[in-house]
Design a protein around this ligand. Structure first.
Ligand SMILES: NC(=O)c1ccc[n+]([C@@H]2O[C@H](COP(=O)([O-])OP(=O)(O)OC[C@H]3O[C@@H](n4cnc5c(N)ncnc54)[C@H](OP(=O)(O)O)[C@@H]3O)[C@@H](O)[C@H]2O)c1
Length: 334
């Protein structure tokens, strides 16, 4: 009998990686959740995958999709809500910031997943949550606006308080900083200066301190494989998901070395971001995120969060930053 792994976000960066790695596990079959299975019916990467329609806003649809699951990979998407006009409308109606509405929705999505997974607790072996730490808690209230971290940490607390039996079967992946973020946010892209050298203006990233970089399409699956299958990662484990821990300054040196140019990192402040036209709530969200990871660390100093090598990850399969830089198409910035 094969085991069933249900993957939320299978069409996205993290979930598709989990799917690729588990397609090589002979004892497992995969059911991937998407809001729109028809759109991906012909996609070759899902040929051996059962695609199921479900929506994180709809708990009943999750209950159906989780039926018979031995493993679940769960993620929520804070940023998705900020692409929707309804979020901004709701913020205006309620006198809140758009990121507060996005966090409230993300927490609700997390609770919907937890309540649906709890119905399968008797047969479930492992739930793995993609998460980030509750920065308000780990900074003792100093950080107030890093809401794309906090919502995930808060539904984790809800799970532990309200569903102890499910919590006993749950492990956590604290996903690091995406190497690909420069494509989603052009302000992170290396920029050529008048003297021909390059600069990366970093915003929301620690100054001179190591950053847990991750290449989600490759690395996520290897982390999740260990959190589900490795005897070194019992249920309840928390992992910092990164391929290399390195500073932004070192990243710039590697990037410059690959391209035969000088490249340096420069800090972009909250005031710089406002001057560039970023809305105040977003500038606060990102700058507080930088303050948090600089002062308290990506996982806030939580001693339970371990390195991949200590939890049975085959680190030889993780991305090497220099190789990744060589393979990436930088023609738009060069
Ligand atoms: N950027 C970073 O450096 C970084 C670092 C750490 C953590 N993160 C976190 O990573 C998360 C994003 O993960 P990702 O990069 O894998 O996302 P992604 O590539 O943007 O994909 C999003 C996935 O979520 C699914 N989805 C979204 N809303 C859904 C809903 N209502 N119901 C069901 N499925 C839904 C989408 O499925 P369909 O569209 O097919 O339905 C898609 O598969 C965010 O929460 C972010 O905070 C990002």
């Amino acid at each position: 009998m094969t085991k069933l792994l249900v993957i939320i976000g299978i069409t996205g960066l993290q979930g598709s990686s989990v799917s690729r790695v588990f397609q090589n596990e002979p004892d497992w079959r995969i059911r991937g959740i998407t809001r729109n299975p028809a759109k991906y019916k012909e996609d070759p990467q899902f040929q051996d995958v059962e695609l199921a329609a479900a929506d994180l806003d709809d708990q009943t649809s999750l209950e159906k999709a989780f039926k018979g699951a031995n493993g679940i990979y769960a993620m929520t998407n804070f940023w998705e809500s900020l692409k929707e006009d309804a979020t901004f409308q709701q913020a205006e109606n309620q006198g809140k910031k758009p990121n507060e509405i996005a966090m409230e929705r993300e927490i609700q999505h997390g609770k919907n997943i937890i309540q649906a997974a709890a119905k399968q607790v008797a047969t479930l072996d492992r739930l793995v949550f993609s998460t980030l730490s509750d920065s308000n808690k780990w900074s003792n209230g100093e950080i107030k606006w890093n809401l794309h971290f906090d919502g995930k940490g808060r539904y984790e607390a809800y799970l532990k308080q309200q569903f102890p039996d499910l919590a006993k079967k749950t492990s956590y992946l604290h996903v690091g900083y995406y190497l690909s973020n420069w494509k989603m946010n052009p302000s992170f892209a290396p920029r050529k200066e008048e003297d021909g050298n390059f600069v990366i203006r970093k915003f929301g990233l620690p100054n001179g301190k190591p950053i847990p970089f991750i290449n989600p399409p490759n690395d996520t699956g290897h982390f999740v494989r260990a959190l589900i299958l490795s005897p070194s990662a019992p249920p309840g484990s928390s992992m910092l998901g990164y391929c290399e821990l390195t500073t932004m300054e070192e990243y710039c040196t590697i990037w410059g070395g690959v391209h035969g140019v000088q490249c340096r990192a420069e800090v972009l402040t909250y005031e710089d971001a406002l001057a560039q036209g970023m809305p105040e709530w977003m500038a606060l969200e990102i700058s507080e995120s930088g303050t948090y990871v600089t002062k308290f660390g990506w996982a806030g100093g939580d001693p339970e969060v371990k390195h991949p090598k200590d939890l049975g990850v085959d680190v030889s399969k993780l991305t090497k930053i220099e190789e990744w830089i060589r393979q990436e198409d930088w023609s738009s910035v060069l």
